[in-house]
Design a protein around this ligand. Structure first.
Ligand SMILES: N[C@@H](CCC[C@H](N)C(=O)O)C(=O)O
Length: 283
């Protein structure tokens, strides 16, 4: 199987061009290639497929083989891939996802993609749609008990579910490996959840760490950064333009309240192209 390893501020996936390749069992291939010792090493697998409604389709799989409807860092890389590998020859690109069609703009520097801006669409705040079990219509600064400790969560879906937690200390201090799975699998999150732990630095800057559903701690999460910006604004902590500092770098998020659209801007990077022989059982 031919593939390209790409990363968006350290959130790395194995990308397969399904205009040319066939992947019969994507969940099993995701688990195999993601392994950092026995596979290629990644946070998951992204298939780039033809689309009848857009320039291409993004199908994303987490490290554990589960599917994510949206992937913010992944979709920037898909747009760069589509441009670099000749699927499109334009800088405004439409990508179909399980969370709808997303529109992206590539900025070129010396003919190369330097930055990608994504219209991520409207954030979903209704608890039932995220989904989060709650007695209220929206989950904003609501108490959640995890392992005997009380946290306060704000729920946002960017096509995939997020619980955002604000801390009055740096998330560096957290033992995420220990507590992450208890958030991900908490009974109030029927589809599991991505959890962001955030420290507000000033009215336009926050720092965060993320525990991703299906992949564990990653260096960055694009949809997570958007959810964090939306939650920071809803809780009155920041203005509408927010720089989100993640372990792998920064993303610029803008929530246009008038249009109710979230925009994310950040880099997309190719690491290397390769070819791997898959075990017979999953080939
Ligand atoms: N890293 C991604 C999100 C990937 C999907 C997520 N783990 C889920 O299952 O919803 C991003 O950059 O948004």
């Amino acid at each position: 199987m031919k593939f390209t390893k790409m990363q968006g501020i350290g959130n790395d996936y194995v990308y397969v061009n399904c205009f040319k390749e066939e992947v019969k069992d994507p969940a099993a291939v995701a688990r195999f290639v993601s392994d950092r010792h026995f596979g290629i090493g990644s946070d998951g697998l992204i298939l780039i497929r033809p689309s009848e409604k857009a320039d291409c389709t993004m199908d994303m799989y987490n490290l554990d083989g589960s599917q994510g409807a949206m992937c913010g860092n992944g979709i920037r890389c898909v747009a760069k891939y589509a441009y670099d590998y000749g699927i499109v020859d334009k800088t405004d690109i439409a990508v179909e996802t399980k969370a709808g069609i997303k529109y992206l703009h590539l900025t070129l520097k010396d003919g190369k993609v330097s930055e990608v801006r994504v219209n991520m669409g409207a954030p979903i705040l209704e608890a039932v749609k995220i989904p989060i079990v709650s007695e209220k219509e929206q989950v904003i600064d609501e108490s959640l008990e995890v392992e005997g400790k009380e946290y306060y969560i704000t729920g946002v879906s960017m096509g995939n579910p997020h619980a955002v937690i604000f801390l009055d200390y740096s998330p560096e201090e957290l033992e995420l490996e220990k507590i992450g799975p208890s958030f991900e699998n908490h009974k109030r999150f029927p589809d599991r959840i991505n959890t962001e732990f955030v420290h507000v630095l000033n009215r336009n800057t926050v720092e965060m760490r993320v525990w991703e559903r299906g992949s564990g701690e990653t260096m960055a999460c694009g949809t997570g950064a958007c959810a964090v910006a939306v939650a920071s604004i809803l809780n009155g902590f920041t203005e509408e333009e927010v720089t989100v500092k993640l372990l792998g770098g920064d993303l610029k998020i803008f929530w246009d309240r008038k249009e109710n659209l979230v925009y994310m801007t950040g880099p997309a990077t190719t690491v290397f192209d390769g070819e791997i022989e898959l075990p017979e059982a999953i080939a």
